[in-house]
Design a protein around this ligand. Structure first.
Ligand SMILES: O=P(O)(O)OC[C@H]1O[C@](O)(COP(=O)(O)O)[C@@H](O)[C@@H]1O
Ligand SMILES: [Mg+2]
Ligand SMILES: [Mg+2]
Length: 334
């Protein structure tokens, strides 16, 4: 197969009516920044990037050095604007507008600069997640946080990069979901899987089981029946996996199917969930849906939620369509 680079692929997409020259530039800048994050991550202790940063983020979570460094790399790469008006990040309380010295573009970029932070120091795959929105019509010069509060259905592009044995970029512009592998010698992302599709059915689930006693009753029943296997109402055995890096768990599902869930539980109920809607749930939902899967809060489609806050959290069930629908039925039949 003739190798197709990210740039060539984005040109094809543009010709097919997906994206724009500005969006192509934005995605290339994000991909280049992720290559730099990959290099930093790969250096580990040699690069002095392991361990705590000694500061907390807006979520009240202790930041890792790589959380802070990855955030800086993405801001730095996008600082000159041109196609972008502002960035929002898990690691920043408020959006960061492009400096006035530069022309503001028509797009808004949201990102989780380093996903799977608890796995950094133990050398398990981590990643970066991003989502792109257009500025609303009739916007003013100054970018307001409200411009970001658009439902996931308004995303024009979304993606994640996994820093694992190989570095992979997974991307959608609303025209299927595609996988690129970083050729580390050449330094280019090469298309290695076009139109990835998630199997409709699965016998594999991913959830942090240690939270079981805090789950709501429908979730207890749902997982109880998975664990009952072929002796239970599901009449087949289910396997379990949990990497605790959403990017890695979702990539496994994109590759061989499965369901990933981070449900509401009594420990996190006041926060509305664990995972963040704008730069974790929405981009992953767009990617999964474009690969034939589904993404739900348990009570409805994640991408139809009207966001109320930049760092809002939501319950998440995503992956193989039939299994997400099965999980929803347990939550709707109460
Ligand atoms: O620590 P837990 O409960 O297993 O949660 C793991 C989840 O938290 C996350 O690490 C949260 O993301 P961040 O690392 O970006 O904060 C997800 O990647 C992962 O799915
Ligand atoms: Mg995350
Ligand atoms: Mg993060």
């Amino acid at each position: 197969m003739k190798s197709i680079t990210l740039t060539q692929f984005l040109t094809e997409e543009r010709r097919a009516g997906y994206g724009s020259t500005d969006l192509t530039q934005l995605l290339e800048v994000v991909a280049r920044a992720c290559k730099r994050i990959g290099v930093a991550t790969g250096k580990g202790a040699l690069g002095g990037v392991l361990g705590e940063a000694g500061s907390d983020n807006v979520q009240g979570e202790a930041q890792k050095k790589l959380d802070v460094l990855s955030n800086e790399i993405l801001l730095d790469a996008n600082a000159w604007g041109g196609h972008l008006a502002a960035c929002a990040s898990e690691e920043m309380a408020d959006p960061q507008p492009i400096p006035d010295a530069y022309p503001k573009g028509g797009y808004l970029l949201l990102f989780d600069p380093l996903d799977g932070s608890s796995n950094i120091d133990v050398n398990i795959a981590v990643g970066t997640i991003f989502s792109v929105l257009r500025r609303p019509q009739g916007h003013r010069q100054d970018v307001s946080v409200n411009e970001f509060l658009q439902p996931g259905t308004q995303q024009v592009a979304a993606g994640y990069v996994v820093y694992g044995p190989s570095t992979l970029l997974v991307l959608t512009l609303g025209h299927g979901t595609h996988v690129f592998t970083l050729d580390r010698e050449v330094g280019s992302f090469i298309l290695t899987r076009r139109d990835a599709m998630i199997p409709e059915e699965t016998s594999e689930f991913a959830v942090n089981m240690s939270n079981q006693r805090y789950w709501e009753a429908p979730m207890q029943r749902y997982v109880g029946d998975l664990l009952a296997g072929k002796e239970g109402p599901r009449e087949r055995d289910f396997n379990m996996r949990w990497v605790a890096s959403m990017v890695a768990d979702v990539h496994r599902i994109l590759t061989r199917g499965g369901i990933f869930s981070y449900p509401l539980d009594s420990k996190i109920a006041a926060k509305g969930g664990k995972l963040r809607l704008m730069y974790e749930a929405n981009p992953m939902a767009f990617i999964v849906e474009q690969a034939g899967g589904a993404a739900s809060t348990g009570h409805g489609r994640i991408m139809e939620l009207q966001p109320e806050a930049l760092h809002q959290r939501v319950p998440v069930f995503l992956g193989s369509k039939a299994e997400v629908e099965a999980a929803e039925r347990y939550h709707l039949d109460v």
